[in-house]
Design a protein around this ligand. Structure first.
Ligand code: SAH
Ligand code: TYD
Length: 404
């Protein structure tokens, strides 16, 4: 019997993606034999409506000195975070001398916007290689996991914050009750907790099941976020849907009755209810949708291969680890995957061991078909690859690319 990570109710598994390696665990061939696998199975809690993984590998196996995800690899995301920083400054800094804390600040993509303006900030980032980049750019960073003991250190050495922000990391953290407690200790009276993460409703509607991987121990909805944080006297005051990461939600939470709620909060609650996000049947349907998606994806790759087409992957995303391992697609179907991140290059993809190549390699070995694993960066990539498309190259994906 499995317990909900939030409310301790019994959770209901509804499918498994099978044995999975660490999503960002790009490896060398001499590491194949010791590769770590775990069972990737999501479950739904019908009491607090949390969508969560039953098993998550130890965070230290995922976030460390060789972490492979660098936020600044996307220009679109750099613009997004600049706009995000401006929006926070305009809407949620009331104090003349504001202080902002970011959980999972990575290479400083968000905080550098505050650092440039000499606004008091602090990044918390356990993966030392990405944190180093932030430090080099003048972003004040502590290389540790965010937790209660670090919270005491921050209160001793810094001060209470106007805003705690987290992008694409809250959904990584297994103990959110601890985060609720930390936020209560660290925030000023009118302070806010702001985070954005891939949105459950988008994932269910678009069957973008590759959002499910080890780091994403939760996929949030307004319903589940409300239930998680109300126990800690925090309420949702604003919800803003985002285009990033294939459909995300920005949640703004304040202490109960301290701030005015915006009108759109109810809109998203209604929308989620209408879709049936609170019903177990919805997840059974999602399971069936995933199975159909898998069948179609594998079949289309086989069809192209049988016609003699050269197939490569574009973007060795963490998400691709779920697609490749769930669909059991290896280098017999996809010859190589190109990626601009140096730490991934000349290694192999987790589990299926497809070679990861540089972007130059892609230009020198142009495929007929490029499987766009970084489908969430479609516009940026299609713009960059006009030449590939004009010469007859085709982008495909397991998701419907017309939605992005
Ligand atoms: N905020 C960035 C990075 C997201 S990737 C962006 O949106 O692009 C998630 C980051 O959170 C990684 O850099 C990882 O090392 C970090 N992280 C994971 N668990 C964490 C925790 N418990 N506390 C602080 N950071 C964490
Ligand atoms: P992303 O989809 O942001 O994240 P995740 O790992 O969370 O699924 O990852 C984008 C990956 O795609 C990253 O490894 C960099 C790579 N990439 C390219 O190779 N070329 C590009 O033009 C862009 C935008 C990304």
């Amino acid at each position: 019997m499995n317990e909900c990570r939030i409310c301790k109710n019994t959770i209901e598994p509804f499918m498994t993606f099978g044995k999975m390696p660490i999503a960002n665990g790009f490896l060398k061939d001499n590491e194949f034999k010791n590769e770590y696998f775990y069972d990737l199975s999501p479950a739904f809690c019908s009491k607090c409506f949390s969508f969560q993984l039953i098993n998550q590998p130890d965070p230290k196996m995922m976030f460390h000195e060789n972490y492979a995800f660098f936020s600044k690899t996307s220009k679109f995301m750099q613009t997004h975070f600049k706009q995000f920083a401006d929006w926070i400054e305009q809407n949620y800094f009331n104090d003349k001398n504001p202080f902002i804390i970011e959980i999972g600040s990575n290479d400083g993509i968000l905080l550098e916007n505050f650092a440039k303006k000499n606004i008091d900030h602090l990044g918390i980032e356990p993966s030392s290689n990405v944190a180093e980049n932030a430090l080099k750019n003048g972003v004040n960073t502590i290389t540790k996991f965010f937790n209660e003991s670090l919270t005491s250190d921050i209160l001793e050495n810094y001060r209470k914050a106007d805003c705690i922000v987290a992008a694409n990391v809250m959904c990584h953290i297994p103990d959110l009750n601890e985060i609720g407690k930390c936020a209560n200790s660290l925030l000023k009276e009118k302070g806010v907790l702001i985070f954005e993460d891939p949105y459950l409703l988008d994932m269910l509607q678009r069957v973008s099941y590759d959002q499910i991987y080890d780091e994403h121990v939760f996929m949030f909805s307004a319903h589940s976020v409300n239930n998680i944080f109300k126990e800690h006297n925090l309420e949702i005051i604003e919800l803003i849907h985002q285009k990033t990461h294939g459909g995300s939600m920005r949640y703004v939470l304040g202490r109960k009755n301290q701030r005015q709620k915006t009108n759109n909060v109810n809109y998203f609650f209604e929308k989620e209810k209408e879709f049936g996000l609170d019903k177990f049947e919805t997840y059974i349907k999602f399971k069936n949708d995933c199975e159909i998606s898998k069948k179609n994806f594998v079949q289309s790759l086989k069809n192209y291969r049988d016609k003699g087409k050269k197939i490569a992957g574009y973007g060795a995303t963490s998400k691709s680890t779920t697609v490749l391992n769930y669909c059991e697609v290896d280098s017999n179907l996809i010859e190589y995957i190109s990626d601009t991140t140096p730490i991934k290059q000349n290694k192999f993809s987790p589990g299926m061991h497809i070679p990861i190549k540089t972007y130059d390699f892609f230009l020198e070995n142009i495929p007929d078909i490029a499987v766009l694993f970084a489908w969430n960066h479609k516009n940026e990539i299609i713009n960059k690859e006009k030449n590939f498309v004009n010469k007859g190259g085709k982008f495909i994906s397991h998701v419907n690319l017309n939605n992005y």
